[in-house]
Design a protein. Structure first.
Lengths: 154, 503
């Protein structure tokens, strides 16, 4: 998908697929109270509308063959950075219920700052600050029920 | 409620007592800090801090503090929207569009100052409107029934045309997807689950805040990580104070948006999220340089903030006059009032005039306190732009995760935010405008509810939208905007590309 034209064609097809899936799902919505506006009316109509608009986007983009616009994909390093960052974010979210918000946030902050700028002191200080702030300001002072994971009982 | 100069003076005397000024100050401070936290909007902030106000032991002081928290939260929500592109609540989304661009240009200081000034002007004018015109204005609000609401929301959807820029078809697709997202969960009237695919988490629906946190904050972080951005600032220079030309340029935008925000804010259910987009669109259409909107037009930020605060003030009109809260935050405030044995409505003014006028007087003072509080903090907030992005990026993510989790204290909302972070990344790559999706999401619930109620009233006939004068007027305006926009767009033979400013 180097060119905008191809990206638009693919996006249009993707959107049309979403519309189709939601259309199928919407058809199963019941009307238990016999409402004049069936509960599936709006979801179904919007799903069909989205399907048609997706196809229209693909068709319209297909017809415009003289465009030179390109998609700004990143270089290899950019893909790697995004991949590492995204993976770390997923790991962070998986760890939150297990080891708690403060600790997992500290680990994420420390590791990502270190990864992006390779400074140990700043990354550790930032991570510790995040953990302390989360715990004492949000959990203790504001009494917001953020998860503490295995440290709940401590 | 009849306006009484004597009662207002008495109210000021009560409100400017040292202890009540102190509670207003504390409320503004706490409200601003709460507003800065994404996910914890004014309604959550008031609910969380309600027990704190109960410790004051004085109903007047407690309500003054609650109202100040509400105002302060409105101020605070714009700060993160401007500095780190995390709209703290729905009403800050329109602020983020131009505000964040201005921050990247090194103009965070002037932008935050203009926000504070326009908020103060709009909030003060709004309270004047509340003071003088509450009864007739509240009666106007009552003339709006479900058909009028639907027609108004339909006209609001026509804003998609203007907000899509050069990528109208993509904008329409975004709006369609936004509507579909809002339908996930339970039908607002029947409670039947829909588009949930049998998933229990989806039965609770997808929260708007997690979507905007993902689309705006996380999507932007991914883009900057990929580009190895070292500083959010696009240039080294940073401005701290607004130019006089900025203030002059924003004066009419502020006043127009105040009028829009105030009159629309009188309508129950018409939240700042809606009025801010309307004000933004109006300013873009009236501007001599509409191409600047989305790329850092300071008058856009002034208009949005003015509409936001005017709507907040207007919300007190039906609350005090009829006991009708116009939004979640005011519903919590209503609960707070009832907690102290005060039932808003016509009798409140007859039975407790001193209290009501003291609260109204405190709003003038609270607005001014918020301005005094926020102006010195501008330097602190603007310094965020000087933080290296390798440090700022992970902190933005932490903030975003906190915000998403704070909505309903469910990890599901955080995963939704991450998903929409990825969606936001690809939308930016493929030049899809983001704002139409958000606008549609905001309007969808009220549109559907009012449509269903209208059809119940009319026995299923859609002609109800064309036989009532106010509804007809809005429908005609909406259709005209859509047809005109479609005609202009489809005459073009270019690829659909949302420019960076169309977000």
């Amino acid at each position: 998908m180097k060119t905008q034209r191809v990206a638009d064609i693919v996006s249009g097809v993707f959107v049309a697929l979403i519309g189709l899936i939601l259309c199928i799902e919407a058809s199963s919505i019941p009307n238990p109270l016999d409402e004049p506006l069936h509960p599936n009316a709006l979801p179904m109509s919007m799903a069909i509308f989205t399907l048609l608009m997706g196809l229209l986007l693909s068709f319209r983009s297909y017809r415009i063959k003289d465009s030179t616009l390109t998609v700004e994909w990143p270089e290899r390093d950019g893909w790697i950075r995004n991949g590492v960052f995204g993976t770390a974010l997923v790991v962070y979210l998986v760890l939150v219920p297990i080891i708690g918000m403060p600790i997992s946030s500290a680990l994420f902050t420390t590791s990502m700052i270190w990864y992006l700028e390779r400074t140990i002191v700043r990354s550790v200080v930032s991570g510790v600050t995040v953990a302390l702030m989360l715990y004492y300001v949000f959990i203790k002072f504001l009494e917001l029920p953020y998860p503490l994971g295995i440290f709940e009982r401590i | 409620m009849d306006f009484s100069f004597g009662y207002l003076i008495d109210g000021f005397i009560t409100a400017i007592s040292p202890i009540n000024i102190f509670w207003a100050f504390v409320g503004c401070l706490i409200g601003t800090l709460v507003g800065v936290l994404p996910g914890i909007g004014p309604s959550s902030g008031i609910a969380i801090l309600l027990p704190l106000t109960a410790t004051l032991g004085d109903a007047t002081g407690s309500i003054i503090m609650m109202a100040a928290i509400y105002y302060g939260a409105m101020y605070g929500g714009s700060t993160t929207a401007i500095m780190v592109n995390i709209p703290g609540e729905a009403s800050s989304v329109a602020t983020a569009i131009d505000g964040f661009q201005l921050a990247k240009q090194g103009r965070a200081g002037p932008t935050l100052a203009i926000c504070a000034l326009s908020s103060w002007v709009a909030g003060t004018i709004g309270v004047v409107g509340l003071t003088l015109f509450a009864p007739p204005l509240a009666s106007v609000a009552l003339a709006f029934g479900p058909p009028e609401y639907f027609a108004l929301m339909f006209m609001g959807m026509a804003l998609v045309i203007g907000l899509s820029g050069k990528a109208l078809l993509k904008g329409i697709i975004g709006a369609g997807l936004g509507l579909l997202l809002s339908y996930i969960g339970q039908n607002p009237l029947t409670g039947a689950s829909r588009l949930t695919f049998g998933n229990l988490d989806l039965m609770a629906g997808i929260d708007f805040i997690s979507v905007i946190i993902g689309l705006f904050a996380l999507g932007e972080v991914f883009i900057n990580i990929e580009r190895h951005v070292l500083y959010m600032l696009e240039q080294g220079k940073i401005e701290w104070i607004p130019r006089w030309s900025d203030i002059v340029a924003c004066r009419w935008a502020t006043l127009r948006a105040t009028a829009i925000g105030f009159f629309m804010g009188l309508l129950p259910g018409c939240s700042p999220a809606v009025t801010t987009f309307v004000a933004y669109d109006v300013e873009k259409r009236l501007s001599k340089h509409p191409e600047r909107f989305g790329k850092g037009a300071i008058e856009a930020v002034a208009a949005v903030e003015a509409a936001n605060n005017a709507t907040s003030s207007a919300g007190f009109v039906p609350l005090f006059a009829f006991g009708l809260p116009t939004g979640p935050a005011l519903a919590v405030l209503l609960g707070g009032l009832m907690m102290y044995g005060l039932t808003p409505g016509p009798m409140l003014f007859a039975e407790n005039p001193q209290f009501v006028w003291a609260v109204i007087a405190s709003m003038y003072i609270g607005n001014f306190i918020c301005l005094l509080l926020n102006l010195p903090l501008i330097g602190l907030w603007a310094r965020i732009a000087l933080v290296p992005f390798p440090v700022l990026g992970p902190l933005i993510v932490i903030f975003a995760v906190l915000g998403a989790y704070s909505i309903r204290f469910l990890m599901f909302d955080v995963w939704v935010a991450l998903l929409f972070g990825v969606v936001g990344y690809f939308m930016r790559k493929f030049h899809f405008p983001i704002v139409p999706m958000i606008l549609a999401f905001v309007l969808a619930n009220m549109m559907e509810t009012s449509l269903s109620q209208s059809l119940l009233i009319s026995g299923g006939s859609p002609t109800i939208f064309f036989t009532r004068p106010i509804a007809l007027g809005f429908m005609v305006l909406g259709f005209a905007a859509i047809i005109r926009g479609l005609w202009i767009q489809f005459r073009s033979r270019e690829l659909e590309v949302a420019e960076e400013g169309d977000d």
